[in-house]
Design a binder for this molecule. Structure first.
Ligand code: FPP
Length: 266
């Protein structure tokens, strides 16, 4: 059990601040619907409450000066949900961006997205672009929203791009390596996540960052996303800080080696 659960919020925050902090955290925000259903509310109320969790977690991560936070806001598979829920989620996205752009500016947050943005309704796309443009000069944490995102589609698109470069004579097959693949994905320029969190008790990756999560520490909690607030995020990071990341090496090597991913190690 995580001993940090007995700490006060201030004690927990100060322990977390002492590090080591993850550079990039990715979150599957799950459980909005169940949260609402438990209270006898329509599912969309769960998404509304989930937006408040987003606000708390984003502000905390920016304060901790993480390099990047990626949130799985809408998957490629989420289009299969009932039409009214999809429309409500698209409206909520716009509400979030309109409301939170000032918070992003105050916290030096740069906003970007991954996923097939062209599949979003025009109004949502407009607000996404506006937020990207408004925050483009910020140099603090990157807030990366996964929208109409699927890991397999992302990989398929990358394979097509690389194949086209080979076909057109711009690339030799021998030049294809892990770095090139990483740089061809939607997440190009972002470090791989150090920590991936999934709420609501599900233990699945659900087509999220399939390539990028290769060496991430995984943290699963039963807390439903609308209940996942600042303290829960601190507990997740504290848990991460207790882990030993070996990247294929053995414990005794770690004191003398700078941790790095590579070489197909496990
Ligand atoms: C998963 O819960 C959540 C989503 C599909 C949407 C995520 C949206 C938010 C957290 C709110 C808005 C946030 C932004 C950034 C605009 P679920 O509906 O699958 O829950 P369930 O598994 O209990 O049904």
């Amino acid at each position: 059990m995580n001993a940090a659960v007995n700490l006060t919020n201030d004690e927990l925050y100060s322990q977390v601040k002492q590090g080591p902090l993850p550079g990039h955290v990715a979150i599957i925000m799950d459980g909005n619907g169940r949260w609402a259903e438990k209270l006898g509310l329509p599912r969309i109320k769960g998404h509304h409450a989930g937006m408040e969790s987003v606000r708390e977690v984003v502000t905390l991560c920016a304060d901790l000066k993480l390099q990047a936070l990626t949130l799985y806001a809408f998957s490629a598979e989420n289009w299969r949900r009932p039409g009214p829920e999809v429309s409500a989620l698209m409206t909520l996205l716009q509400t979030y961006l309109k409301k939170e752009v000032d918070t992003m500016m105050d916290n030096d947050i740069r906003f970007r997205t991954i996923g097939r943005l062209d599949e979003l309704p025009a109004a949502a796309r407009k607000w996404v672009q506006k937020t990207v443009d408004t925050t483009a000069g910020n140099r603090g944490m990157i807030l990366n929203l996964a929208l109409s995102y699927g890991g397999r589609v992302e990989l398929t698109d990358a394979v097509k791009k690389i194949a086209e470069s080979v076909r057109d004579g711009r690339l030799d097959v021998e030049e294809i390596n892990e770095e090139l693949i990483s740089n061809t994905l939607d997440t190009a320029g972002l470090p791989d996540p150090d920590l991936m969190i999934r709420t609501s008790g599900e233990h699945r990756i659900s087509n999220f960052l399939l390539w990028q999560l290769a060496y991430s520490e995984l943290y699963f909690t039963n807390v439903l996303w609308p209940d996942f607030r600042r303290r829960d995020m601190l507990l997740a990071i504290r848990d991460y800080q207790k882990r030993e990341r070996r990247f294929g090496r053995i414990t005794q090597q770690l004191a003398t080696t700078v941790s790095s991913v590579g070489g197909g190690e496990r």
